[in-house]
Write a protein of this length. Structure first.
Length: 141
């Protein structure tokens, strides 16, 4: 695990509004600390700089791992890069349909698939948070 300086860590958290930049959960609504995640993993020559870091909940980060792309099996069967929170807008690639994260683009489809964003337990969690008016997190990005 790479050391991320405290100033850089604060910048990433503040920029994200304390929200997972993939699934839009708030750090305040989960028991485990969110991760400062390399969008492009170090093993793919990703650097530990602001432009390559995002805030990610443990579920999204765990499923993403060091992946940077996946195959869009449902449509083109081509390899497609994952959603990049630094270079792309969430609302261009995803839309909320209740607690379901609906992908709008190939990048959205492979990200929802690979990060298992719509697994039943995640949908149930988001439904409860919606009832409490805690979802989606009001991200700054």
């Amino acid at each position: 695990m790479t050391y991320v300086a405290s100033e850089l860590r604060r910048l990433v958290i503040e920029r994200a509004g304390n929200c997972c930049e993939y699934c839009r959960l708030s750090q305040e609504d989960v028991r485990f600390s969110f991760h400062i995640e390399h969008i492009i993993a170090e093993k793919h020559r990703g650097q530990t700089i602001s432009e390559n870091l995002c805030l990610s909940c443990p579920n999204c980060n765990g499923f993403k791992g060091s992946d940077i792309s996946s195959v869009d099996w449902d449509f083109s069967e081509e390899t497609v890069p994952l959603f990049n929170p630094r270079r792309q807008q969430w609302t261009d690639h995803f839309r909320l349909n209740g607690a379901y994260i609906e992908p709008l683009t190939p990048e959205g489809r492979v990200t929802v698939f690979l990060l298992k964003m719509n697994d039943p337990e995640h949908i149930v969690e988001r439904e409860l948070l919606i009832q409490l008016d805690h979802y989606p997190c009001n991200a700054n990005s």
